[in-house]
Design a binder for this molecule. Sequence first.
Ligand code: PMP
Ligand code: GLN
Length: 384
Amino acid sequence: LNRRLAEFGTTVFAEMSALALRTGAINLGQGFPDTDGPEEVREAAVRALRDGRGNQYPPGPGIPELRTAVAAHQQRRYGLSFDPDTEVLVTAGATEAIAASLLALVEPGDEVIALEPYYDSYAASIAMAGGTRVPVTLRPSEGRFRLDLDELRDAVTDRTRLLLINTPHNPTGTVLTREELASIAELAVERDLLVVTDEVYEHLVFDDAEHVPLASFPGMRDRTVTISSAGKTFSFTGWKVGWITASPELVTAVRSAKQYLTYVSAGPFQYAVAEALALPESYFTDFRADMLAKRDVLAAGLEDAGLTVYRPSGTYFVTADIRPLGESDGVAFCRALPERAGVVAIPTAVFYDHREMGAPFVRFAFCKRADMLREASDRLSDLR
Ligand code: PMP
Ligand code: GLN
């Protein structure tokens, strides 16, 4: 393994899912639903396969039907206009969108600011691009992991090229507020920074939280690459269909990298996701309501088990502090958890450069059947 990648071994998700399989524990680690997405969307994929649509290389930027559906979604939902021909690019999941964006936009030595704890592929993608990551830590306060805007401002230097933002935020469940996003936008404009914003959980916001795309703030549309994915919104993580929306110049840049990573992504699934994006509003409302109910089951279970729970405003993850159990090392806790309680979770420390800041936090995924979440809660109550 070369020096750029030396610090990145096996991803924590693969390690923890393997542990779940080996021990038969309930897997609340890796974030994937245990129920597949809508039947009619699966049928759409089968129809595409049977009709011979997408069985050969689809067009490099993605099939026109999907690009049009993505643009229509951004317009309908957020009032953002993107030209499907020049301002939308289909990728192999959000993961490739992140990697291709960084490879295309970062020069070796450039600094990239990312919110810590960060989704694990950010660090590896920044490293592959030869960039230097500069973490800005979200700190728990008043029941929520918060961004300190002064700290963000202070992190920007003459070498900063790009802000890598994620809202709703994995793993903390924080949804950045309109005010926080406005400040980030102002900073980006003032310091002339590019922004890559990972909004894969855009449809999973709860209570009175609201998802506002960074691209919708003044001066942001043409400096922002917005990323989303069918894996999260339609519960098809195995299909690996994602996309970006951005200005023609940025889309062209990201596409230049993408062409040599995967060239294109799976054709038939693109047809199906185009149909999924056109599902009636009730699909999105029901999806959110279902996930909210699951959040509440798991959050209550973790509270009963004695952990301090940061009830998320978004995503399908809940972060909990294990210190009330007399524990302080989340990595050791998660390694022992399958044996102790038959549950797998992710130690949040692996998403930090400042590992000590993340040490007592553990992330649990609640995109699982309610009976599984109740069973997991029962098992966790033995921890007391
Ligand atoms: N970004 C975030 C914040 C995620 O949580 C995930 C998936 N867990 C991804 C990107 C990757 O998405 P995809 O599966 O579409 O590559
Ligand atoms: N994004 C999912 C998570 O955060 C897992 C993705 C992966 O396995 N790489 O758990």
